[in-house]
Design a protein around this ligand. Structure first.
Ligand code: ATP
Ligand code: MG
Length: 598
């Protein structure tokens, strides 16, 4: 592992990207919550963070209580928690008091059905307000919520419900129809609750199913206080499946400390913010940051049910006057693909802070942000397993395009040799690792304690990503350990090659793999999709070869380039390099349950 003993090729890559200078604190429209990174790090304690939350009498802790109920005792009672915009243009707004009432009812519903603390309740719906009621109602009751992507077909739903032993499924008539044939194959699933929002599907309740609306009508809004402790399980999420079969990472209520603290210092959430997280609740960003972080900070958020369309997204920012925006590289690349003219048609002046997660953010995208939004996009890094942001670019720090930033206060990150636990010197590549014990750390992989245990070695949690740290403590992503390419003795991270290709005006997206080679062990092969208006000609292919050779050391530049209309991605927008490789080599594709439709 690691990379020690190998010469690192392409080290000087991206030197042309200058650090975007640190801004003086007076220059901010809104004074950042994290004004002094080092000082805050030095005196940081999770106990201090916990004091900013309410807790339950007797020492318990509950995520729903911290996110919703506690605000009803303050000036935030009638503040809007959620502005919802439906895919048919519907608009609804809910205050913290209303959310408290509805989640109280849903918790009472679960109690009435005889669902116990720790039971798994899964939710399979489009991004409608009922998803949020279901999630926090479940948490209030002390059951475990498992959100699923509404785009899943029957097999991924069945796999996850079987693996988790879910006792209840909350879904809508259209999605129930899609998966109807698997439902009898789930022995532990006792309750199917059908949400028929605004009577979108009249008369669609089937025998044995329960109506959400009826249950809610008959339930008490006064559930009383939750009875959970820090260590009770709260949310379970299956990972994105980028590198293999998705694993069910389980979190505890204590994760709320991480959601709250990172919301405050990384997303820089302030009382008057209007926040928009574009992630679907089907993956962890949609829960940690599309539910927990904004609401534990008492901030109004926008939920947009529709899919991606550049004009619709810009229009959402304009309409709701979004101030803080959390999105993903794949979305940013799609906005870049749509061109710089589209954003000019909208007033995007409300935006004051933009963050990105999920994949490496190409330096070109950071720079594009400075042109289109007049500010850098702040990359940050974390995983389903870590539960909250671990490494980040903070508003107060200079941004080095292509770097994930520096560890969150309270988090110790290192570059190690996972075999020995030895830490690498700055500049050296190795396994990105974290010191275990932060509050939002996953507590197990459901039904797979062995795999969980295997992630901890020599006092570190080994993330499965390769990275390096520079002299100033900034972390740089190299690639997933599984994706790193070994070509003629050089270790090559796909990200640096993809980023170089992305600098070419014709390239919309690039995915890079190692292709087995009898002499070099592997050679670098790039799959490229082009921006509108460019043709996949041999001439362009040669130009891209030349272009990447200028940017990268010759050994690192792709030996082969293949044009494809679009790259295979997970539903959370991550490039599935393992699939590109399997297809290239004619091997079985493995688990494709999270593969996005074309
Ligand atoms: P699986 O574990 O099933 O293969 P996955 O790792 O993609 O899927 P997630 O937990 O959703 O599942 O994603 C976390 C991973 O995403 C990280 O380990 C890292 O590889 C990548 N990632 C997230 N944010 C960043 C970032 N800012 N820069 C680079 N990589 C990132
Ligand atoms: Mg992973």
């Amino acid at each position: 592992m690691g990379g020690q003993g190998h010469e690192k090729a392409g080290e000087e890559n991206h030197v042309n990207y200058q650090t975007l200078n640190k801004r003086a604190i007076e220059d901010f429209k809104v004074r950042p919550n994290l004004a002094d990174y080092k000082g805050t790090r030095d005196k940081f304690s999770w106990d201090q963070i916990e004091k900013e939350l309410d807790g339950l009498p007797g020492g318990g802790l509950n995520l729903a209580y911290e996110a919703i109920d506690r605000h009803t005792k303050t000036h935030r009672k009638d503040k809007v928690a959620m502005h919802w915009e439906g895919k048919n243009g519907e608009q609804e707004s809910y205050t913290f008091a209303q959310m408290s009432e509805m989640t109280g009812r849903f918790a009472s519903v679960l109690k009435g059905l005889g669902i116990h603390k720790g039971d798994r309740v899964f939710c399979f719906m489009d991004r409608i307000p009922e998803v949020y009621v279901t999630a926090f109602g479940t948490l209030k009751h002390g059951a475990v919520i498992g959100p699923l992507f509404s785009a899943f077909g029957p097999d991924p739903v069945k796999d996850r419900l079987l693996d988790s032993g879910a006792v209840a499924l909350v879904t809508t008539p259209d999605l129930r129809d899609r998966i109807a044939h698997i439902l009898p194959e789930l022995p532990e699933l006792k309750h199917i609750i059908i949400v028929n929002k605004n009577n979108r599907f009249p008369g669609s309740l089937k025998e044995g199913e329960l109506s959400y609306e009826k249950l809610m009508e008959g339930a008490s809004a006064d559930y009383g206080l939750p009875a959970t402790t820090r260590e009770d399980y709260s949310i379970m999420h299956y990972t994105s499946g980028t590198t293999g079969k998705p694993k069910g990472a389980v979190h505890a209520h204590q994760a709320v400390l991480g959601h709250y603290a990172t919301g405050k210092w990384v997303l820089d959430l302030h009382e008057d913010d209007i926040y928009w997280c574009t992630a679907d609740p089907g993956w962890v960003t949609g829960t940690s940051y599309g539910m927990c972080a904004p609401w534990t900070n008492g901030v109004t958020q926008v939920i947009y049910e529709g899919g991606f369309r550049a004009s619709a997204w810009y229009s959402t920012i304009e309409k709701y006057k979004v101030t803080v925006w959390y999105t993903a590289p794949t979305a940013i690349r799609m906005l870049m693909k749509a061109g710089v003219e589209v954003p000019k048609r909208y007033d995007l002046n409300s935006l004051r802070h933009i963050c990105s997660v999920g994949e490496p953010l190409n330096p070109e995208a950071v720079v594009w942000g400075t042109h289109v939004f007049d500010q850098p996009i702040h990359d940050n890094w974390w995983q389903t397993e870590t539960g909250s942001i671990m490494i980040a670019n903070y508003p107060i720090m200079g941004v080095k395009p292509g770097s994930m930033g520096r560890p969150f206060p309270g988090i110790t990150a290192g570059i190690v040799n996972s075999a020995t636990g030895e830490e690498m010197a700055p500049g050296q590549e190795g396994d990105l690792a974290l010191r275990p014990g932060w509050p939002s750390m996953f507590r197990t992989y459901w039904n797979n304690q062995e795999m969980y245990d295997s992630k901890f070695k020599n006092g570190w949690y080994i993330t499965g990503d390769q990275a390096k740290m520079d002299e100033e403590g900034y972390f740089w992503f190299i690639g997933r350990t599984d994706d790193v390419i070994n070509t003629a003795g050089h270790l090559v991270g796909p990200f640096e090659v993809e980023s170089a290709l992305l600098e070419h005006p014709a390239v919309a997206e690039a995915g890079v793999i190692g292709k087995p080679d009898p002499i070099a062990m592997e050679v670098v092969k790039a799959f490229v999709s082009l921006k509108d208006g460019y043709e996949p000609t041999d001439e362009l292919r040669h130009e891209l070869m030349r272009f990447s050779r200028q940017k990268l050391a010759a050994a690192v530049a792709p030996r082969e380039i293949e044009f494809i209309p679009s790259l295979p991605k997970t539903r959370s927008g991550k490039i599935m390099r393992r699939l590109l490789k399997a297809r290239e080599l004619g091997l079985p594709e493995g688990d494709t349950s999270t593969l996005e439709d074309d």
